[in-house]
Ligand binder design. Structure first.
Ligand code: BYC
Ligand code: FE
Ligand code: FE
Length: 475
């Protein structure tokens, strides 16, 4: 077993000179590698994969690209550069110097936030572990593995914080992050969407578009934290996150492009006809989107949240790009919330601090819509009259104010029976899933080939051609 040091683990946290931390990470590393072998990508572990590895935090030269076997990936620990004289930007402690250590009174809350963030990272790897066996192309397989190893690095990032700043409980939490399992009823992952199956590539692309985007916004909010090590860690994680969302956005775009092209060429638009041509019909795309969007909306927590108010008050978790707001205290303002009351939806003014989850969700929804606009332009460019729309925030929620409602995608409230009867119009049915899976029964290992249901990407990775051998697999 190779030990954790600055040669083996690229880092900019002075790991080599901190013996205590080095020992702690050394004792965690074998558990991580065991977990990776057991729950990381199934198969392909001995293949050479053309991967990006973070080696520093310079905006122009932070990553190195080369072939590597996944278990040999150099999972590094990087903090964005400190901002000299940085002060807390919001809440009751605004203007005070940021904390370089954990303030005693916020210890439990901070640990909980870090553990929740950390839990999602290995969860997503577990959810995606079988996808290599049905990849539409070698290019896509490489992107899957890139996302997987980087989610592994995000786990390292949170474990670094737990080991460095939370002593014994931190070490216990770091072990527990490797014990929970996505979808396991006895020891599930912490947040809803991370226990959902993600076993086909349409779900994978929806996940990386919608669920990784929750990651982006949660990381933006944590990057504002007054706990400086958390801020610096998450700031660097955001650099990698951009690629995950790119994989999702372009993946869905390529599926839509392929479908729309087949529809235009065949002059067919009935979903059954479209399916017979071996591509995914657009109403099915809308249903998968409805599912992953609503699951991801839940990840922002309750609309009205005293937790969120206290995170904000304490300066632990801010709003995305806090500097864009004028009022950083948020003590006076209110938020006009849609609140269910007596079977109807009413507006109610909620104190702004209690609405922070909804404020973050607003920014997320806007960002999702920008992606959808691109998707719709791609469909229109093929001359197909179909538009994808984001469902209402009231639709299919399990967390928060709308969890017990039965709303259609337009936000109209329905009786439970009526909603159940129409469920398959709005969410993927068993038949939809069977169809999608039927397209994805085997992997494409020839770098020059692309599955029929998806268009080729416009460009390859790091200047390489699309048909480059991104994964060296002896099929
Ligand atoms: N499922 O006041 P409330 C990523 C719990 S994704 C299950 O409404 P709060 C990634 C909540 O914990 C980003 N439980 O919510 C993406 C609380 O429990 P307790 C992950 C949920 O606390 C793709 C109770 O309900 N990062 O990085 O304001 C691939 C009432 O809570 C859910 C973070 O989430 C749910 N959906 O906010 C890889 C950042 N929602 O305390 C990676 C850290 C809420 O009563 N986490 N609950 O037992 C947080 O900031 C907050 O914990 C949350 C919830 C935003 C999640
Ligand atoms: Fe992540
Ligand atoms: Fe991600």
């Amino acid at each position: 077993m190779q030990s954790v040091n600055s040669d083996r683990i690229p880092n900019n946290v002075g790991l080599g000179s901190d013996k205590r931390l080095q020992r702690a990470l050394e004792s965690w590393q074998p558990s991580f590698l065991r977990w990776w072998r057991e729950m990381g990508p199934s198969g392909f572990q001995e293949d050479l994969v053309y991967l990006r590895t973070a080696t520093g935090v310079d905006s122009d030269g932070w990553a190195h690209f080369d072939y590597v076997k996944m278990p040999d990936y150099r999972w590094g620990i990087f903090l964005a550069d400190p901002v000299p004289g940085r002060t807390i930007g919001f809440g009751d402690n605004r203007g005070q110097p940021v904390w370089q250590d954990v303030p005693g009174e916020h210890r439990n809350t901070l640990r909980r936030l870090i553990v929740t963030q950390g839990d999602t990272e290995p969860a997503s790897v577990e959810q995606q572990r079988l996808l290599g066996h049905s990849c539409p192309s070698v290019y896509d397989m490489r992107n899957l593995f890139q996302v997987n190893v980087e989610e592994g690095r995000h786990l390292w990032a949170m474990v670094y914080l737990l080991h460095s700043y939370f002593g014994r409980d931190g070490r216990e939490e770091a072990e527990a992050l490797l014990q929970r399992r996505s979808g396991d009823p006895d020891k599930p992952r912490m947040l809803g969407a991370f226990n959902e199956p993600c076993t086909d590539w349409l779900s994978f692309f929806m996940f990386t578009f919608f669920t990784d985007r929750d990651g982006k916004f949660q990381l933006l909010a944590l990057a504002e934290s007054g706990f400086d090590p958390l801020s610096r860690t998450t700031r660097f994680m955001l650099t990698e996150e951009a690629h995950h969302m790119y994989v999702g956005e372009t993946g869905v775009l390529r599926i839509l492009d392929r479908t729309a092209r087949v529809m235009a060429e065949s002059k067919r638009d009935h979903p059954d006809d479209v399916r017979r041509l071996g591509v995914i019909d657009l109403p099915t795309m809308q249903r998968y989107m409805n599912l992953w969007y609503s699951l991801s909306l839940d990840l922002f927590g309750g609309e009205i949240s005293s937790n969120a108010a206290s995170f904000f008050a304490a300066g632990l978790k801010g709003r995305a790009k806090e500097e864009q707001f004028e009022d950083h205290l948020a003590l006076q303002g209110s938020y006009a919330m849609r609140v269910p009351k007596d079977g109807r939806i009413e507006r109610a003014d909620v104190p702004l601090r209690n609405a922070m989850n909804e404020v973050l969700r607003d920014a997320y929804v806007e960002d999702c819509q920008r992606g959808l606009d691109k998707w719709n332009r791609a469909i229109a460019a093929r001359g197909v009259p179909f538009e994808l729309t984001l469902p209402s925030r009231l639709f299919h929620r399990r967390i928060g104010l709308y969890a017990d409602l039965h709303a259609d995608p337009q936000g109209n409230l329905l009786a439970k029976e009526e909603w159940e009867a129409r469920r398959n119009d709005w969410l993927p049915s068993t038949a939809d899933k069977a169809f999608v899976e039927s397209l994805m029964t085997k992997a494409t290992f020839d770098p020059t080939k692309m599955a029929n249901w998806i268009s080729a990407p416009k460009q390859g990775i790091k200047g390489r051609p699309v048909d480059f051998e991104y994964v060296r697999h002896d099929a």
